[in-house]
Design a protein. Structure first.
Length: 210
């Protein structure tokens, strides 16, 4: 099991600002005087991030997840990524519904960046074993209010809910998710901004072979 706690991610604040400006119907309705005020809000939100991840390579399905088609049967990495609980306390102080939507939209973007960071690490690990990684399969994605999920989440394969509900506690136990303070409580993960996913591996095809 590999653990990285309090790693740094590129917060892409200018890119997120542009996205939020497209999302916001009225900045003043969300309590912002102008774009500069919104940019300061994104920066303040980013300071509350406390990312952590645990991921583990599993070979030959010795975790006995399930025989269902969507769960990789051979080689895969299981991963949990969180933005920590400090940001939840920040959001709990927001009582403006429009501002909260913008904050949660930004959180989804921060989660996306954190997942891509971990995926790159797993890709490097797979390459050393002469393997490629396939598209991720989402096991758990938080519902952050009514904010729209990023394209990465919308287009990813998701485990059937019944299968995901069965698989999630097994993965958390195998990953020892408590090391990054992630736990399952009544079907929901805490901290809230946490994603759990699988990344299948496959052996690289040798040149000259189809």
């Amino acid at each position: 099991m590999r653990k990285i706690k309090r790693f740094k991610i590129a917060t892409r604040q200018k890119e997120i600002l542009r996205k939020l400006l497209r999302t916001a119907e009225d900045l003043k309705q969300a309590g912002f005087e102008d774009e500069t005020a919104l940019a300061r809000f994104i920066a303040a939100l980013a300071k509350e991030l406390d990312p952590g991840t645990v991921y583990e390579f599993n070979q030959d399905a010795h975790w006995e997840l399930d025989a269902a088609t969507l769960v990789p049967k051979e080689m895969f990495s299981a991963c949990a990524v969180t933005l920590g609980d400090k940001v939840e306390r920040f959001l709990a102080q927001i009582d403006n519904p429009q501002r909260l939507i913008l904050a949660n939209t930004a959180l989804y973007e921060f989660l996306r960046t954190a997942i891509l960071f971990v995926t790159d690490l797993i890709k490097e690990q797979a390459a050393k074993e002469e393997c490629d990684i396939l598209d991720m399969q989402l096991v758990y994605v938080p519902a952050l209010g009514v904010a729209a999920e990023p394209k990465l989440f919308r287009e990813a394969v998701r485990l059937d809910k019944a299968l995901a509900d069965k698989t999630l506690p097994v993965l958390l136990e195998k990953l020892n998710s408590a090391k990054i303070d992630v736990s399952l409580q009544e079907g929901l993960l805490t901290p809230k901004a946490t994603v759990v996913f699988l990344i299948p591996w496959q052996k690289k095809k040798k040149k000259g072979k189809k």
